[in-house]
Design a protein around this ligand. Structure first.
Ligand code: HPA
Ligand SMILES: [Zn+2]
Length: 338
């Protein structure tokens, strides 16, 4: 099968991934292997029947199965193995910088220690730097279907580990759980010097994006695809260069858009929004980073400049240092010149 020349170009682009839930990188094969290692009975007889259950109608229908899949993670080694498998895939897609979301409450609720989770993930991030040349960081997410009090408890558990993660995020069921529910815990995290992001405008209305910006004071918006419904919001995103971490394949699998041809990614780029593409939960949504370039490229007829802009945006939107960003930019220019 011949590949489109622009897909070869996109494949080789150096890029940053900024919206990946590490629990969403758990492939069915690894779920079964870890289930066996930890003697956990799964409600599916084999890998094929588990994969066959990945037919989602909305965000919640996905989250139910995603939390069930994470139940096989017990030991520090399990968390390491999950993240290491992701880094090998990321390397193959020329990801050179990755900021990984993790959901501690999914695990601490089951009696797994916070330190077990973060130490396994931290070790994988270190090894990714040393062995793969990927600069990797962690962002701790609060589950928005739980209370702010529970988020505060999680922040307390995280305090002895402040050097191991760079920021906080907000994920899980969006509608009915607006950003302002977490105003105080985000304020405390900011005081601790943590970077702040939140999922907003995936299924929820543009108002949730406004409150993520104005109440939580987030530095970038995860998803944000509903922003184009609000002209004033678009003007603000463009003027303040507030990045959106868009996840095209996720949006199709969760029925946010009927098909990729109707996705608004190209419009965002043409409007001057700092949009990036990311895989979200690649084991569940059918593609890692580069598939999130190739499939929208084909469906939306993206050109070389769009693809280069997505890579440049990923570095601008990252929490890399200014020196790292300069080095990433140089690598991107060298690649595009070569
Ligand atoms: O796409 C998502 N949205 C909200 N919560 C999530 N948790 C994992 N993936 C997602
Ligand atoms: Zn997400």
């Amino acid at each position: 099968m011949s590949t489109h020349p622009l897909d070869d170009f996109a494949h080789g682009l150096p890029k940053a991934e900024l919206h990946i839930h590490i629990e969403g990188s758990l492939e069915p094969e690894l779920i079964f292997a870890l289930g066996q290692r930890n003697q956990i009975e799964l409600p599916y007889p084999d890998v094929e029947s588990l994969r066959a259950a990945y037919a989602f109608t909305n965000l919640q229908s996905f989250l139910d199965i995603y939390y069930a899949g994470a139940s096989v993670l017990i030991t520090e080694q399990d968390f390491f193995d999950m993240a290491w498998a992701y880094f090998l895939r990321a390397k193959a897609d020329n990801v050179i910088h990755a900021e990984l979301f993790f959901d501690p409450q999914t695990h601490t609720e089951r009696g797994i220690g916070f330190d077990t989770v973060i130490n396994g993930l931290t070790r994988a991030c270190q090894q990714a730097r040393e062995q793969l040349g990927i600069r990797a960081e962690l962002i701790m997410c609060f589950l928005r279907h739980l209370s702010e009090e529970e988020a505060f408890e999680t922040l307390e558990q995280a305090k002895p580990h402040l050097g191991k993660f760079i920021g906080i995020g907000l994920d899980s069921s969006e509608v009915g759980h607006p950003p302002e529910k977490f105003a105080r815990v985000f304020a405390e995290a900011r005081k601790l010097g943590l970077r702040v992001v939140a999922h907003a405008g995936e299924e929820g209305p543009p108002e949730y994006i406004w409150s993520a910006l104005d109440v939580l004071k987030v530095e970038r918006i995860d998803h944000g695809v509903q922003s184009l419904k609000d002209q004033k919001l678009v003007e603000r995103l463009v003027k303040e260069r507030i990045p959106l971490t868009v996840c095209p394949l996720s949006n199709i699998k969760l029925c946010v858009f009927p098909d990729l041809g109707q996705h608004n990614l190209k419009q965002m780029l043409d409007l001057g929004i700092v949009a990036t593409v990311n895989s979200d939960d690649p084991a569940y949504f059918g593609g890692y980073m580069n598939q999130n370039f190739h499939q929208p490229r084909a469906a939306l007829d993206l050109d070389r400049e769009h693809l280069k802009q997505l890579a440049a945006n990923s570095f601008e939107a990252s929490f890399a240092t200014p020196e790292e960003k300069r080095a990433y930019g140089d690598r991107l220019e060298a690649y595009c010149a070569g």
